[in-house]
Design a protein around this ligand. Structure first.
Ligand code: GAL
Length: 417
């Protein structure tokens, strides 16, 4: 190598110059997309940026829902070395904006006309004080059930349309010796189930009162107790090894014919697709029975942290513009399981679950039944979310009965709101 440099100093000098220029145009991306389906979607993003000569430095932090990623982010910012671009959810974005840590994306937003195509429900988190602070890459929703079609067919179980039918279906699967409900005992997964269960038990208005307005009466109500009772029912249908299991391994149980159902956000579909499974043929997607009129959403957005140097800022803006292009939004979300974050993307390339998701998002938006997911940081600040997580998990693991869980919930929310 040294000899090579000796002979080709000029060339190497030029190469080094190019390299350092390229590294100035790199984006370091902190994210938690580490499962098979998530990584496949992330590749769509990496490849898209590559075609635009934006280099990618990967900073993955495993852990569904992003709790661990947010801890790493805090440490990086505290040590004065923030990543340039960060996958982030809902109120976390607003928290960082309030701390003046985020770059202003107004120029790129204006150039690309974001204002006209991003729905208000997302703008509530992409904008702060009238400024664009994040680029939304998708819209996920949490009140979904993923079902193994052949298990249901073999047992003569029809797709459940009410809560009682769902419980009867779980019971029939359990009686057959298969696992009825694939689940991973992690706080964020327990909370993800609760999003759908609360919608199904109390309806959209109750969900809003309890989880968004944090109304003490709703939180302490009989309806909330019933929601916890339903959580206990679900608990009785998970297998013995559920504790600590990652969500994608729970999806794999449904994919591999070991379990019939999983209640999980539509990132689960990314796992089914990554395993070559086809919606309608191998698996079914439907809303948590009783929550069909509602959509509890979360949107992954990329927030850009303050960086210095024109080239670095240009790379951030180029990444933001790339994320928001309609072609990219289609290509990425087809793989990820989510739906586009802009309203003008055609649904042609989406499978039946994706088309259903897009239609339901738009209908819920029009009907006022689109609500932020509590479990994924779109209903309240992290302190409240984490307080709810603790109660839900303690109850799911049998530490609290439903009555106690309700009381603990009221207290925990009151202290942390
Ligand atoms: C969510 C995120 C999804 C998916 C999921 C599991 O919070 O919005 O994109 O990654 O966590 O990791």
């Amino acid at each position: 190598m040294r000899g090579y440099i000796g002979k080709h100093t000029a060339l190497v000098g030029a190469l080094l110059a190019t390299t350092s220029m390229a590294s100035a145009e790199d984006v370091e991306v902190l994210h938690w997309w580490t499962s098979g389906g998530e990584a496949a979607a992330l590749n769509v993003l990496k490849e898209d940026l590559q075609t635009q000569d934006i280099g990618w430095q990967d900073m993955p932090v495993a852990g569904g829902g992003g709790t661990e990623a947010m801890t790493v982010l805090r440490a990086r910012v505290t040590s004065g070395n923030p990543p340039t671009a960060v996958q982030m959810l809902g109120f976390d974005i607003l928290d960082w904006a309030e701390q003046d840590a985020l770059a202003n994306l107004n120029d790129v937003a204006a150039e690309e006309g974001w204002d006209a195509v991003v729905p208000d429900a997302l703008k509530a988190f992409s904008m702060h004080d009238g400024n664009w602070i994040a680029a939304p890459v998708n819209v996920h929703s949490t009140n979904w059930v993923w079902a193994n079609k052949s298990i249901l067919d073999d047992l003569g179980i029809a797709q459940p349309t009410t809560w009682d039918e769902f419980v009867a279906a779980l019971e029939a699967v359990k009686a057959s010796g298969k696992t009825a409900l694939a689940h991973g005992g992690q706080a964020w997964q327990d909370a993800t189930i609760l999003d759908g269960v609360i919608l199904s038990t109390g309806g959209v208005d109750f969900y809003k009162k309890a989880l968004i307005d944090l109304d003490a009466e709703a939180l302490g109500s009989d309806t909330m107790k019933e929601a916890f009772d339903r959580m206990a029912v679900l608990r009785s249908y998970v297998d013995d090894n559920f504790s600590g299991r990652d969500w994608n391994l729970a999806s794999a149980m449904v994919i591999n014919d070991e379990a019939a159902f999983q209640i999980m956000g539509d990132w689960a579909k990314g796992e089914f697709l990554n395993a070559g499974k086809v919606p309608g043929e191998d698996f079914l997607c439907f809303r948590v029975p009783g929550s069909e009129d509602a959509v509890s959403f979360n949107s992954d957005q990329f927030a850009m942290f303050g960086v210095s140097g024109d080239e670095a800022v240009q790379a951030q803006n180029a990444m933001a513009a790339a994320i928001m292009s309609p072609e990219f939004q289609s290509a990425f979300n087809v793989v990820k399981g989510s739906v586009p974050a802009r309203t003008d993307v055609p649904n042609d390339d989406f499978d039946d679950c994706g088309k259903k998701g897009m239609a339901e998002l738009s209908a819920a938006n029009d009907a006022g039944t689109l609500v932020g997911s509590m479990a994924h940081g779109h209903a309240n600040r992290a302190a409240v979310k984490n307080a709810i997580y603790d109660v839900v998990t303690a109850h799911f693991n049998g530490e609290y009965d439903s009555e106690t869980a309700v009381q603990e919930l009221v207290t925990a929310v009151e202290i942390n709101k």
